[in-house]
Design a protein around this ligand. Structure first.
Ligand SMILES: C[S@@+](CC[C@H](N)C(=O)[O-])C[C@H]1O[C@@H](n2cnc3c(N)ncnc32)[C@H](O)[C@@H]1O
Length: 322
């Protein structure tokens, strides 16, 4: 019989998809955003409940709980506000643990979460419930994802502490999924879409060479640059960056269709990545179609745990259970 799991803050279900790949069976997933919950239902399982994790009272028993609470309050990209109400949500996992009585709990977040007072509280509470708590800081590119993305997994086990999975040596370049001759991108794919560059954006993009960024625009066309760019000098490197197809992509964030937010220009075309290209860089199969308008879809993609990384975590836990 397959071991069962509950997914809290499931998003569109990338972490769940990795668990299923490793042989686990989803029992229940909980997600507040309607579009992400609908994507989960369409692509992963109908065990999804569109609600807040704090609102459910009927909690089934499960072998494993996985959770990806919102990371904005901890991320170095956000304001890192210790009073951000969303930070409290990470502690709501505890009442689920008490009710579902899992053998293993996995909480995924950005690495700075581990340095927070919330994490300290979480660790102490899990230890009080007789769990051994380990932290795995993993790089998705080490597990075959064509993207650099560091994530911290807090892994609590009723048995001996779980040992982290080991990655493999070779990194997969972004070009392997963007230009895969066996999987050409289809023009009729509803997710192979991007915001068409207009006005000043359309003028800037052709000025950015491979591996280039906004410093190339400053150098060749200062008239296309706002005064603020000159004030920060040449320090900011990823804004308006063009992706290098020969390396893993930079972290795919929720804003990956906004060129000012990172190295998200297509390696060969003057546009940002399409939703499908972003999804491929998160290991999402092409038969997934996300629900919602383009920005909520980009958010579901950028929020996810890359499926190959999730599967590596899941396999390690599966071996620990048996
Ligand atoms: C980091 S994402 C999780 C991504 C997911 N683990 C995956 O791999 O696709 C966090 C999710 O928590 C959801 N969320 C925020 N507050 C919530 C709440 N109170 N109850 C349930 N879900 C919530 C957000 O809508 C978002 O989809």
């Amino acid at each position: 019989m397959s071991a069962t799991f509950i997914d809290l803050f499931s998003g569109a279900g990338l972490f769940s998809a990795g668990m299923i790949r490793a042989g686990f069976k989803p029992l229940l997933a909980v997600e507040l955003a309607g579009d992400a919950a609908a994507s989960y239902r369409r692509n992963v399982s109908d065990c999804i409940v569109n609600a807040s994790v704090t609102d459910l009272t009927k909690i089934p028993r499960a072998d494993v709980i996985i959770a990806g609470p919102p990371c904005q309050g901890f991320s170095t990209l956000g304001r890192r506000d210790p009073t951000d109400e969303r930070n409290e949500l990470s502690l709501s996992v505890l009442s689920w643990v008490k009710a579902a009585k899992p053998q293993v709990v996995v909480i995924e977040n950005v690495p700075p979460f581990i340095a927070s007072t919330h994490w300290q509280k979480l660790k102490r509470s899990l230890e009080a419930l007789n769990f051994n708590v380990a932290v795995w800081e993993l790089e998705a590119a080490d597990f075959g994802t064509p993207q650099r993305r560091k994530r911290a997994f807090t892994v609590a086990s009723k048995r001996a502490p779980c040992v982290a999975p080991r990655g493999r040596g070779r990194h997969v370049p972004a070009g392997d999924v963007l230009f895969d001759p066996a999987r050409p991108l289809r023009t009729d794919d509803p997710m192979h879409i991007w915001p068409e560059p207009k006005g000043i954006a359309a003028e800037r993009m052709p000025l950015i060479p491979l591996r280039g960024d906004r410093r190339d625009i400053i150098a060749s066309a200062p008239e296309l640059c706002p005064p603020s760019w000159f004030k920060i000098g040449c320090n900011a490197t990823d804004a308006w960056g063009r992706m290098d197809a020969d390396e893993p992509a930079n972290t795919i964030r929720c804003t990956f269709q906004n060129p000012s937010k990172g190295r998200y220009l297509h390696p060969r075309q003057d546009r940002v990545l399409s939703l499908r290209e972003g999804a491929r860089l998160q290991d999402v199969p092409d038969d997934w179609v996300f629900e919602g308008r383009p920005y909520p879809v980009a958010r579901q993609i950028g929020n996810g745990v890359p499926i190959k990384l999730a599967a590596a975590v899941a396999r390690r836990i599966s071996a620990h259970l048996t």
